[in-house]
Design a protein around this ligand. Structure first.
Ligand SMILES: C[S@@+](CC[C@H](N)C(=O)[O-])C[C@H]1O[C@@H](n2cnc3c(N)ncnc32)[C@H](O)[C@@H]1O
Length: 257
């Protein structure tokens, strides 16, 4: 699920129905062991500092992270997702701004900015994705970390069936020339059929590293999962951690640059 592919104007596809059913549509995201491992990982990187989630959604991770005494902020494009977040106990601790995480800014300096569940691909041009890296870097204090959780794209035969349960059928169609995958979803929930399509700009680790470097950050860690399992050639997904320059007054002083 992402935003509409309308050539640069941000518009979230996370409408009222999707927001209200988010936890039922993707129950695997709410597995307590996954939520705990994600929260542990992010809390460790935040240290005592503040954290900012791009595409904070219903607060699946932001709320448990805020319970670790970390000030948590979020940027979210969908008013419906923010309404769902506000219905969750403990959401008062999360400060949310309505806007596009490629361009929206939040006051303050953060030790951690993070972007979960392939949400970078909701930005459908390279320039917008690069803008999100610059926006993340602009929010980080010296040595702060930017984390992205994303799948490793394998442009396959098109169309590709990626979900086929009684409740959910998902078919992805690739436009390799434009580096776009359009996901077509059909959900059957409570006897009702819901269909929608969302466009994603799939992006690999090398290109993400380029965008990070251009934004003044360098790669510090790359893992296959939140338990820090090794990332290999066959890993289907990655968790990448880039670090902002240690001395923000001197361009090009990122460690490892
Ligand atoms: C897959 S959901 C993930 C939600 C939450 N981060 C989580 O892990 O449960 C993606 C979220 O990002 C939001 N989103 C997508 N594109 C966005 C953009 N350009 N700016 C802000 N939010 C965006 C969607 O509205 C949605 O709430």
């Amino acid at each position: 699920m992402g935003r509409a592919y309308i050539g640069g104007m941000a518009e979230s596809r996370f409408d009222g129905w999707t927001a209200a059913h988010y936890a039922r549509l993707w129950p695997e995201l709410f597995e307590p062991s996954l939520v705990e491992a994600t929260t542990d990982f992010l809390a460790g990187l935040a240290g005592g500092g503040a954290a900012l989630e791009f595409g904070v959604g219903t607060g699946r991770i932001a709320i448990p992270l805020s319970r670790r005494r970390i000030p948590v902020y979020g940027i979210e494009l969908s008013a419906a997702m923010i309404r769902e977040l506000r219905a969750q106990p403990g959401s008062d601790a999360v400060t949310v701004s309505l806007g596009d995480f490629a361009t929206t800014t939040v006051d303050g300096s953060f030790s951690l900015v993070y972007l979960l569940r392939n949400t970078i691909t909701n930005l459908t041009t390279r320039e917008e994705q690069a803008q999100a890296f610059r926006n993340a870097a602009g929010h980080l204090g010296a040595g702060g970390r930017f984390v992205i959780e994303n799948y490793v794209p394998v442009p396959a035969e098109s169309p590709r069936l990626f979900a086929d349960t009684g409740q959910h059928r998902g078919v992805e169609v690739y436009d390799v020339g434009k580096q776009i995958a359009v996901s077509h979803h059909t959900w059957i929930l409570d006897g009702e059929v819901h269909t929608y399509a969302s466009a994603h700009r799939y992006v690999g680790t090398a290109e993400l590293d380029d965008m990070a470097r251009a934004a003044g950050m360098s790669l510090r860690e790359r893992w296959a999962d939140w338990q820090r399992g090794p990332f290999t050639d066959t890993s289907p997904a990655h968790i990448s951690v880039w670090q902002a320059r240690v001395d923000l007054s001197r361009p090009g002083t990122a460690e490892n640059d």
